[in-house]
Design a protein around this ligand. Structure first.
Ligand code: ZN
Length: 240
């Protein structure tokens, strides 16, 4: 792995007792590595790591401390992901609409593999900010290559052949099995698509649109994609 460049920020606190590290939350921001660190500093926010488009890795907060990156969030049994997770910000000038660079992805894979080994992080707990905060956040965006990552041992992907192995057909229940908070079903459904069926995500092009229009208000998963959701829920259900 590339040498990690330390730029400590003071925006962290202690993880609550009994909140072991057991998740990774991936983010993106339109700023390059060092300008992103400066922006986080100005906003009094943080992440454990920032990875630039050139693959350079910056560490801002010690892993054992609680960084301020996920905000109001939940995933599976976890509420407030900052308590449990390592937060990684990726520089992405397109806010995750255009492909991530190979150098950046290679750095991210090696960093995630090291974290997974060190903390025994289960594959189902490697999530997007959009997964854990579906009403508020679009990052790391439709271009993030989750399928390729799963093939590298980082996160989970599904096999469409598994769709018939799960009897449940209710979209909300299936999303819950994967880990989504479904209080806002259009937002949770769209977040599922961002991660697992990115071809259904509209290209927005304009960064402020991406950030402000996180999901279409009345979004419903097209019925022809129910098998994708079922296959995915099957994969995640095996992990309980
Ligand atoms: Zn984020």
């Amino acid at each position: 792995m590339k040498k990690i460049i330390q730029i400590p920020l003071p925006y962290w606190n202690e993880r609550p007792k009994k909140c072991a590290i057991k998740a990774i939350v991936l983010h993106c921001s339109a700023h390059e590595g060092i300008p992103m660190v400066k922006l986080l500093n100005k906003l009094r926010l943080s992440a454990h790591f920032v990875i630039g488009t050139d693959g350079r890795i910056f560490q801002l907060v010690p892993e054992e401390k609680r960084a301020f990156h996920a905000g109001v969030s939940s995933w599976r049994e976890m509420v407030n992901l900052n308590h449990y997770s390592i937060g990684i910000e990726l520089s992405s000038p397109s806010m995750g609409e255009k492909v991530y660079s190979d150098e950046q992805l290679a750095s991210l894979v090696s960093l995630c593999r090291a974290l997974i080994r060190r903390y025994n992080i289960p594959a189902e707990n490697i999530a997007a900010h959009s997964d854990v905060a579906p009403t508020r956040k679009p990052d790391p965006g439709k271009a993030f290559p989750w399928q390729r990552f799963a093939a590298c041992g980082v996160g989970l992907w599904y096999d469409l052949n598994d769709a018939d192995k799960i009897k449940e057909n209710d979209v909300e229940k299936l999303l819950k099995i994967i880990g989504y908070n479904t209080d806002n079903l259009p937002a949770a459904s769209y977040a599922f698509c961002r991660h697992f069926v990115p071809e259904l995500i509209q290209e927005q092009g304009n960064i402020s649109d991406i950030i402000t229009n996180v999901y279409p208000a009345n979004f419903v998963l097209p019925s022809e994609y129910l098998p994708h959701l079922k296959a995915c829920a099957y994969k995640f259900s095996k992990r309980y």
